[in-house]
Design a protein around this ligand. Sequence first.
Ligand code: GTP
Length: 385
Amino acid sequence: MPSTFNILIIGALFCVVMLLVLISLLRSGTPGIREWAVANGLGFVALLLYAFGKELSAPVAYEVANGIYAAASAAILAGFRRFFSRKLHMRILAAAVVAMVAAIAVFHYLIDSFALRTVSVALFQGAICLGIGMTIMRSRQAWRSRYPYFFTAGMAGLIMAGHAMRAILYLSRQGELTSLLQPSPWNLFFLSAGTFVLPVLTIGAVMMVHDTMLAKAEHAANRDFLTGAWSRRALFELAERELSLTRRTSRSMALLLLDIDNFKAINDTWGHATGDQVLIDAVLRAETAIRGVDYFSRVGGEEFAVLLPETSRSAAVMVAERIRITMEGSAHAIHIEGQPETPAYTVSIGLAMLRDTDSFQELMRRADAALYAAKASGRNRVACD
Ligand SMILES: Nc1nc2c(ncn2[C@@H]2O[C@H](COP(=O)(O)OP(=O)(O)OP(=O)(O)O)[C@@H](O)[C@H]2O)c(=O)[nH]1
């Protein structure tokens, strides 16, 4: 049978390991990591104080150890609040820690009851876990995947249930259990589970940080930095997938190539920064004119491609016209601070339909030829191959 001392020391060492993992993630700049690191640092100290409780003076073994552990739990919650950019009520958290320490002191010096001290801790820790669970579940819009968030919220729920069970059990067996370090089976069970609370919640936090970093890396690889449209690389990948799907289902697919007219003149007249605003505006406008299943990509400087799966020629012409008209309607819609006048712009569009033997490169080549024709015949128009 492991001793309570050994369990607490192993828990403390786990906190150190988690602290080192969090330090390695600090440079990702993800909010919350500092708070989680502080929590594991405090957890390490608190678990050591619990482990050496018999050798320490009573106030250090009881009030200080519990106070530090409560501060660690509050810091874990603070980390989750920061991670999800949620309001952090530091004063409420600090007041809750102080109230818990006061309750420990009351049930230590005035009414010496291990069960009531346990209930005080359970209430505090339960509330912290509830806070963590609610913070995660209420931030679903920020989830990039499901697993890390369900894992962490689920663990918070389990820990909460564990605290409730412990409080009920210890209250019903008042007198039998008198100390955290008593090697009774129940005490060993709750102590073993309890010492891993901080590391387990930290593992959940680390999974969430990884999820964020993965989403950022995917975004950087697949999205154009300036406009947020699909990158050229992503378009080629997506197109290959759509191409084989189109072939399998014998549906039609269209490609539009768009080029902003006389963009060099816009840059020359209004400056490069305004040119950038025009590119962003063009993407925002075009995205209102296409469906969710279509792909809008920036394939070059002022050149864009729109991949339209499951689209007939007549529907593709309609979409192209809609985009052209939306851009034409942009006249003087871009407001630039400090500039009394603003640029208007138009686009020329080349349209090509996928043929049976086409590769995506071939489809692009034909759309490009159509775009060239649209430019040559006066710009601000749609031409089909
Ligand atoms: N502001 C800005 N300009 C860019 C960017 N990428 C490319 N350009 C500019 O886009 C301009 C493209 O000019 P051209 O290829 O001559 O085409 P155009 O002036 O649009 O003429 P047509 O296509 O024939 O209507 C060049 O001046 C590039 O410097 C960018 O990210 N931001």
